[in-house]
Design a protein around this ligand. Structure first.
Ligand SMILES: [Fe+2]
Ligand SMILES: [Fe+2]
Length: 298
């Protein structure tokens, strides 16, 4: 199965980016596309920290050595993603767009609403852990979808999108494609209940749509360079047709795939393409060189 062929050891690449030269509208002349993608910087720092927090608790439930290694590799990659997106926020602040009112709500969502509840050890605590493991599997269906999309979004290059932002998105997207099976394999290993998969997909999908449109509106409304900045579904649909954002039809078609009993993430995206991007990504290459020289010095 392609699942086995695709398996590569997951490693975290310690990337860093310099945002000094990145304009606020990093897709030239298109604040809506820039800000819709900027929502990632609002959601991912808290979201991916939460993945790591939940996965550390699930490690004792894993009875398969290979899967455990994958989960540990996944934790390392997500921790790095979270940090890399977090580092964009001071740059937005310098440009007059303070994201704190929004990120405070996102932090509350992940730390309180989706955090550890005071549950006695036993069934209730396990139920809540499995529910969160299933939510992560559903979210990872979308991170892989978006990763695959951004690796192929040539329209962003054609429109002269900022190369540093593109590298952040594609480095992250490539690692999402690379580790796309881990969250689903983990869910199937520790639980796998189909009703739970459907229920948590509905929760995750509704939350993502809600948070994303709110985030895009927040940025458009608070962008100091825009007068009366708005974000509508039509704006999104048009960018999808144009190729600077994912197409609405592609997003809708990905829903029944996740809900199919035959679903496996290995059927989505291309590991070869992800690995090829990581072999040429300026940030990943710089991280590789820094890690090699640190090893040499040790
Ligand atoms: Fe990630
Ligand atoms: Fe991920």
């Amino acid at each position: 199965m392609s699942n086995t062929q695709d398996r590569i050891p997951l490693k975290a690449r310690k990337v860093s980016f310099s945002w000094d030269d990145t304009p606020l509208h990093w897709v030239p002349g298109d604040p809506f596309t820039s800000h819709t993608i900027n929502v990632l910087h609002l959601l991912l720092p808290a979201g991916e920290r939460w993945f790591v927090h939940v996965y550390k608790q699930v490690l004792p439930y894993i009875r398969d050595e290979r899967l455990r290694e994958d989960v540990i590799g996944f934790i390392g990659q997500e921790a790095m993603h979270s940090q890399a997106h977090d580092e964009v926020l001071p740059h937005l602040r310098e440009q007059g767009l303070d994201p704190t009112p929004y990120t405070a709500q996102v932090d509350w969502l992940f730390e309180k609403l989706l955090g550890d509840r005071t549950l006695p050890p036993g069934r209730a605590r396990r139920w809540w852990l499995m529910e969160r493991v299933a939510i992560i599997a559903a979210i990872e269906h979308y991170t892989a979808f978006l990763g695959d999309w951004v690796l192929n979004a040539e329209e962003l290059d054609r429109r002269g999108a900022d190369p540093t932002m593109l590298d952040l998105l594609r480095w992250h997207g490539a690692e999402e494609v690379e580790h796309r099976s881990v969250a689903f394999d983990l869910f199937m290993h520790v639980d796998g209940d189909y009703r739970r998969r459907v229920r948590t997909w509905a929760t995750a999908f509704a939350a993502l749509v809600f948070l994303w449109q709110r985030g895009a509106r927040f940025f458009m409304a608070n962008d100091p360079t825009l007068v009366d900045g708005r974000a509508t579904f039509r704006d999104f649909y048009v960018r999808g047709r144009r190729g600077t954002l994912p197409a609405t039809g592609d997003m809708l078609r990905s829903i029944p795939r996740y809900l199919s009993r035959a679903y496996h993430p290995s059927q989505e995206g291309s590991t070869a393409q992800a690995v090829a991007y990581l072999a040429s990504s300026p940030a990943a290459l710089a991280a590789g060189t820094a890690q090699e020289s640190a090893k040499g010095a040790a």
